[in-house]
Write a protein that binds this ligand. Structure first.
Ligand code: GLV
Length: 329
């Protein structure tokens, strides 16, 4: 039997890819308690599970707030989230307690950018609607005016948040013949934008001039609800709105009205508020709104890599070593 030089207890809030769990168990010295289910851990189980632990490996669907931190107690040293987003973590409270945080940027950039492009094309070329017409007999003949949508060729694409994923989206869209890229965000990034000759503009101009808008910014107090009535009213009537960041960046009621009133042509959302979106939600009744169940990073390889990175972040934090991807608070 291997004797551990350090003995730590961790709580894992969900069933994760085996590779991630293996990384934890092979490290030795780390006792894992896991909510071994595909469904979210009930709040009471989370509060009980985290009690007395030194490490917590969680997902973006777990709200890690003061209550959880209090339940964990003063021994909690590390929180490792298997996500690039960290809006589910009460960072102020976490920082106050001196807890380190790991996350999983970079490894999901390609998968998420790919999904963003897939969603954009599915939305602007009306793929779900078309598939449905084939199944329901709506496809009676080839019709010149039927199922027309909007193409990327010669278009203006606006990226809200030219971070890692926004850049990867622009890189993938460029070969489709995009005429011009605009981007908006907290500050200009001239070196990065040079690759796409992208122009930094105020968000109002992004809304007014873009044929396609792709939202890839992080959810922060500044970006919460930023895509609102004013934003959608400024957009062109034939423009398409895509969001693969976080649902709360969008005021969904305003988006619904924009889609119903023809203020914009269509929307594709991989993220909503809440998640899951209730099946009777008004947005789901619209043909010009394509909604996916938050699958941006969902490739087998990416999810495996994310789980291993999350495990390695946790282990490094527990040992007091530099993490492969630490969120600096
Ligand atoms: O949305 C996905 C993530 O934050 O990893």
């Amino acid at each position: 039997m291997r004797t551990a030089r350090w003995a730590m207890e961790v709580f894992v809030t969900r069933r994760i890819p085996a590779a991630g769990l293996r990384a934890l168990s092979e490290a030795g010295g780390c006792t894992v308690q896991q909510w071994d289910s595909n469904e979210p851990v009930p709040r009471a189980e989370l509060l009980a599970g985290v009690a007395g632990k030194q490490g917590l490996l969680c997902l973006l669907s777990d709200r890690i707030d003061k209550e959880v931190l209090d339940a964990a107690g003063s021994g909690l040293k590390v929180i490792s989230t298997m996500s690039v987003g960290f809006d589910h973590l009460a960072l102020h409270e976490i920082k106050k307690r001196g807890i380190r945080v790991g996350y999983t940027p970079d490894v999901l950039t390609d998968a998420t950018a790919e999904l963003s492009v897939a969603l954009l094309l599915a939305t602007c070329r009306r793929l779900p609607e078309s598939v449905e017409e084939v199944k329901n007999g709506g496809w009676t003949t080839w019709k010149p005016l039927w199922m027309c949508g909007y193409g990327l060729s010669d278009s203006i694409v606006g990226i809200l948040g030219l971070g890692r994923i926004g850049q990867a989206v622009a890189r993938r869209l460029k070969p489709f013949g995009v005429k011009k890229f605009l981007y908006a965000g907290s500050h200009p990034k001239p070196e990065i934008a040079a690759e796409f000759q992208a122009e930094f503009v105020p968000i109002t101009r992004l809304a007014e001039e873009s044929d396609f808008i792709v939202v890839t910014c992080a959810l922060t107090p500044e970006t919460q609800g930023i895509c609102n009535k004013d934003f959608f009213c400024r957009m062109k009537k034939n423009s398409v709105f895509i969001n693969t960041s976080r649902g709360a960046v969008v005021n969904q009621e305003d988006l619904y009205n924009a889609l119903v009133n023809g203020q914009i042509a269509a929307a594709g959302l991989d993220v909503t508020t809440p998640e899951p979106l209730p099946t009777d939600h008004p947005l789901l009744s619209l043909k010009n709104c394509v909604i996916l169940p938050h699958i941006g990073s969902a490739t087998y390889t990416t999810r495996n890599t994310m789980s291993v990175l999350a495990a390695n972040n946790l282990l490094a934090g527990l040992k007091g070593e530099p993490m492969p991807s630490e969120l600096l608070l």
